[in-house]
Design a protein around this ligand. Structure first.
Ligand SMILES: [Fe+2]
Length: 473
């Protein structure tokens, strides 16, 4: 029998052709996905103050809330911060490298602040400088009374092919979900070496009179990670603490007293915007809640900062901010629009690899798109595919007491590649100058499960299409 002439064979050809057409459409059209993962939505509550994660270390004047961050431009310094409550005590840090018995001392400073009816403990900040790259250091604080010992590992020397793994956490707060997020980050087998934190730390301002006791409890909660690896801080709206009704009119008062950053090293004039280099990455931190219009200090700083980025030295250009520029949830919708209008053309011009933001309590990853053609009269105001543009990732899903953002704009915009209302964290694992593996991990899964992932191709060294859903012409 001649198969070619069989009517059944003919109908099979039609079916196969139809299936190929569907497959083709799936590849050519935007495959943007709204996850169908179902998560029970409950009211989130903060862990009670007597929870073990908030335990006060024992001993007279024992240091608590110990945290570290990068202390200079290149990673040879660390800012060590901690709080003592019984008396001021010593601001010295004793430190020594794993390879040496010689113990050194660094001298820090002490600050305190009052906020309405709250008086802070004695907040110590000490910058430890001239460290060797890629070395494990032990350090001790609380030298006069109860001392406590921790350790950190300095980053490798800056270079274009240096592998390095960043964790991404945002809008963490101090609920049971926050604790799950932190635990999942700690147990993730990809092993983040430094956290890029995209703002909204303690959510103390959700309490009456912004009860700053919740800033202290948050400091004790995250110590188990941030005393051992640096967290790179971004200011969110919950750091503003502007409350004129109770006489508190200095924005960011608790945040700036508790969290120091090395902003002067990048010629910034305020701690809210600055940059650091770490391994093969250049990280620019911006402030959604400081002036950024033309002629403002932040605008001027960024305009001068972007041309300084040498992609031969640090191929990966990463921007952190709190309020996302692209967000298809109904929460905080278009809040990032004014900054987008001002800064997006630069992000495209300087080929930023990825922009991480928080604020929206959910997860979203965009395609590489830009919306920079509009000039008031030409009507060109639709995001378009743009291989020079960053990927925009919203990672505000740390698990704070305000709960999940579940309400999304419909239909999902074409530029939105993946979105899901779940708590979690992400990992950005730089392999070399061309490739980085990115993964998002929801709290409901096992530690190694990647609920969303993407291979990033570097925009300077390998600027090919790296979309997970889009085939572009
Ligand atoms: Fe926020």
């Amino acid at each position: 029998m001649d198969l070619q002439k069989s009517p059944r064979f003919g109908s099979r050809i039609v079916i196969v052709a139809f299936l190929l057409l569907i497959l083709n459409a799936a590849l050519l059209c935007n495959g943007g996905k709204t996850s169908s993962f179902f998560r029970k939505v409950e009211n989130n509550v903060d862990m009670p103050l007597d929870s073990d994660v908030f335990a006060i270390p024992s001993g007279y004047n024992a240091p608590q809330q110990v945290h570290i961050t990068q202390g200079d431009l290149v990673g040879k310094a660390v800012i060590v911060s901690w709080v003592t409550v019984d008396e001021p005590g010593s601001s010295l840090v004793r430190y020594w490298s794993e390879n040496s018995e010689e113990k050194k001392l660094a001298e820090g400073e002490l600050v305190t602040y009052r906020y309405f009816n709250y008086t802070s403990g004695f907040i110590h900040h000490c910058t430890v400088r001239n460290l060797e790259f890629n070395t494990k250091y032990y350090y001790e604080v609380g030298l006069d009374h109860t001392s406590r010992q921790f350790w950190f590992i300095t980053p490798p020397e800056i270079g274009p092919d240096v592998p390095y793994t960043f964790g991404l956490i945002g809008d963490l707060g101090q609920t049971f979900d926050s604790n799950m997020t932190l635990t999942h980050y700690e147990l993730n087998p990809r092993k983040g070496q430094t956290v890029l934190f995209v703002g909204d730390l303690s959510y103390a301002d959700d309490y009456p009179n912004h009860d700053n006791v919740r800033w202290d409890s948050w400091g004790r909660f995250v110590e188990r990670s941030v005393a051992y690896q640096p967290w790179i801080w971004t200011a969110g709206n919950h750091e503003i603490d502007f409350a004129p009704e109770i006489g508190e009119t200095t924005p960011f008062k608790p945040y700036t007293h508790r969290y120091h950053v090395p902003y002067r090293a990048s010629q910034s004039t305020e701690p809210f915007w600055y940059s650091i280099k770490r391994a093969s990455a250049y990280i620019i931190v911006l402030s959604s809640y400081s002036a950024y219009g033309k002629y403002t200090p932040q605008y001027q700083w960024l305009e001068e900062e972007l041309p300084k980025v040498n992609r031969t030295e640090t191929p990966w250009l990463i921007v952190l901010m709190h309020s996302p520029l692209y967000n298809s949830y109904n929460y905080h919708y278009m809040e990032g629009e004014t900054m987008r209008v001002l800064f997006e053309p630069w992000f495209v011009q300087y080929k930023v690899d990825v922009v991480f933001a928080g604020h929206v309590h959910a997860y979203e990853r965009s395609e590489r798109i830009s919306n920079v053609a509009y000039n008031i009269v030409n009507g060109l105001c639709t995001p378009v595919n743009d291989l020079s543009a960053p990927v925009y990732i919203t990672i505000g899903d740390g698990g704070n007491l305000e709960g999940l953002a579940t309400n999304m704009t419909e239909p999902q915009p074409e530029y939105s590649s993946f979105r899901e209302a779940s708590f979690g964290h992400a990992i950005f694992e730089i392999k070399n100058r061309t490739h980085a593996h990115y993964s998002w991990h929801r709290n409901q899964d096992g530690y190694a499960v990647e609920a969303d992932s993407m291979w990033f191709f570097n925009r300077r060294w390998f600027p090919l299409n790296d979309s997970t859903t889009h085939t572009w012409n």
